[in-house]
Ligand binder design. Structure first.
Ligand code: NOJ
Length: 535
């Protein structure tokens, strides 16, 4: 490949600012808290870039994914000066900063929407998606909100409906209006002027809708309630083809600034038809630098899923497009809860040795678990108050120490979500000093990746192997590594004739060598990264 860029060679770490560290004693994490932990990010973990979930002014109906001002910091999180200090601290250590760019919708309190809803002839009326009711007063079409219920809200004052793909407090912007595009592109410029290196584009696949607003067809495979989001196919409100021209223009805004230093966009694209997903890179690689690849997040955790996802992604992208992988984020159950603590280690080894940029979710490096939230403490509106349905469980405070509230906030303050009951043993302080901890494993994998051009950037070559195992090679400039993963809780044997093992890293962190590779016995839940001698 040509000279790799930071977002290709590096590892991204996602921080949910509300839950990282509270330095001002309100039970909510803040930007100064992240700055305080830059030493951890750089010296202990050694990640290359940090992605911050939204910290912009917001009524917090969806905890910041309802933005009421794109160019400021919510006082709960601090100030622009705090943001600048964090950016300087990261840049000072050679790290990059990526911020969330919530593009599909604003808050209903954003001044743009307040104006838009004020009258039918307001100049900003067309900044959002408004439509007339059906003849019987019903919503304009059958589109559903991803958070449940219909996607249309009737506005009493003006008698029309507005579209909200998520909460009714999150009205969808009309990206077909060039003024909206110009205003939103200025948001990118504002943050790039402040030194932001990259953007994670929220709900990117949703921004363009069918101009005729046709009904979505039913999903024949759906078995649940008839009015659920998944009860329909989404040709008209998701992944509309006009999106690509918009993303090409968005890319050129990033490119305006990239001579100074390379900027990037990574986009939330929930599409699992891999050629369609790959189209978001752009036919000339002129759209999104990396559409997020969620393939490993949702399938069953089997060797077949892993092989199919990796082979499909490798097969779908153009030679110069760069892959990426995700195992956790603020919207899904935590890795260690989904797979169990043993397989979470195997999965982390996979994430950090595949070809493509890994994004790590805060706390997964410790093996943090989903935290059961009592009903009276539920926060996430997407949970509809139903225990187990919202996303609070995976957003609980980062576990720093064995002390009160895991060191997240002062002892006399109640954190916004409860701290996990296991925080006395699963925390940075304890795990840093434990040579076999998940944190030690993650840090060692990160350090190995950083020191090896083959692991960071080299070619990927799958190897045939027994069911329940995933085996592949990474190679660059005569340096070669073999990765053998056992995704089961039974021993597995793999045969790797003709290869001579060098140094070894096991997920169990208890051996530095293996006797041979023909055969190689993987213990239950064991993954190995093996240097190949004389490659
Ligand atoms: C995707 C984000 O990741 C999620 O947290 C949010 O609720 C929705 N988009 C709406 O912005």
């Amino acid at each position: 490949m040509t000279q790799p860029l930071w977002w290709q060679s590096g590892v991204v770490y996602q921080i949910y600012p509300r839950s990282y560290l509270d330095t001002d004693g309100d039970g909510i994490g803040n930007i100064a808290g992240i700055t305080e932990k830059v030493g951890y990010l750089h010296d202990v973990l050694r990640v290359d870039a940090v992605w911050l979930s939204p910290f912009f002014p917001s009524p917090m109906a969806d905890f910041g994914y309802d933005v009421s001002n794109y160019v400021d910091v919510d006082p709960q999180f601090g100030s622009l000066a705090d943001f600048d200090a964090l950016t300087a601290a990261l840049h000072g250590r050679g790290m990059k900063i990526i911020i969330d760019y919530v593009i599909n919708h604003t808050s209903d309190r954003h001044p743009w929407f307040v104006e838009s809803r004020s009258s039918r002839d307001n100049p900003r009326r067309d900044w959002y998606v408004w439509a007339d009711a059906g003849p019987d007063g019903s919503p304009p079409n059958n589109w559903q909100s991803i958070f449940g219920g219909g996607a249309w809200e009737r506005d009493e004052q003006t008698g029309q409906y507005y579209l909200h793909s998520f909460l009714k407090e999150q009205p969808d912007l009309n990206w077909r209006n060039p003024e909206v595009e110009a205003a939103m592109f200025d948001v990118l410029r504002f943050w790039m002027e402040r030194g932001v290196d990259g953007f994670r584009i929220d709900a990117a696949h949703l921004i363009m809708k069918d101009p005729a607003m046709r009904n979505n067809p039913p999903n024949p495979a759906h078995t649940g309630a008839p009015d659920e989001y998944d009860a329909f196919l989404h040709p008209h409100d998701k992944g509309h083809e006009d999106i690509h021209a918009t993303f090409r223009r968005l890319r050129s805004v990033l490119d305006e600034y990239s001579e100074q230093s390379p900027r990037m966009a990574v986009a939330e694209i929930h599409i699992f038809d891999w050629p369609v997903w790959a189209s978001y890179y752009g036919s000339d690689l002129d759209e999104i630098h990396m559409p997020f690849n969620f393939g490993l997040l949702f399938g069953p955790w089997t060797s077949e899923t892993v092989r199919t996802v990796v082979d499909s992604v490798e097969g779908a992208i153009q030679p110069d497009a760069w892959p990426n992988y995700v195992l956790g984020n603020h919207d899904v159950s935590r890795l260690a809860s989904r797979l169990g603590t043993e397989q979470a280690r195997v999965a982390t080894m996979l994430l950090l040795t595949l070809r493509g940029t890994p994004t790590l979710y805060y706390g997964d490096e410790l093996g943090m678990q989903d935290v059961p939230i009592p009903v009276e403490k539920l926060q996430d509106p997407a949970g509809h108050g139903v225990p187990g349905q919202g996303r609070d469980a995976e957003r609980t405070p980062m576990q720093w120490t064995s002390g009160p509230h895991a060191g997240f906030c002062p002892p006399n303050v109640e954190p916004w979500l409860p701290v996990s009951a296991d925080a006395d043993r699963v925390n940075v302080e304890v795990e840093r000093n434990d040579p076999r901890s998940m944190l030690t494993l993650t840090a060692r994998l990160l350090s190995l990746r950083r020191s090896s051009p083959a692991l960071a950037l080299g070619a990927y070559r799958p190897r045939e192997s027994e069911d329940g195992t995933v085996v592949y090679e990474r190679e660059a400039d005569g340096e070669s590594w073999l990765i053998a993963l056992n995704l089961t809780s039974d021993p597995r044997t793999v045969l790797l004739p003709g290869t001579k093992p060098g140094q070894v890293l096991s997920t169990h962190l208890d051996r530095e060598s293996v006797d041979g590779l023909d055969p190689l016995v993987l213990r239950p839940n064991e993954g190995l990264v093996i240097q190949i001698e004389g490659a």
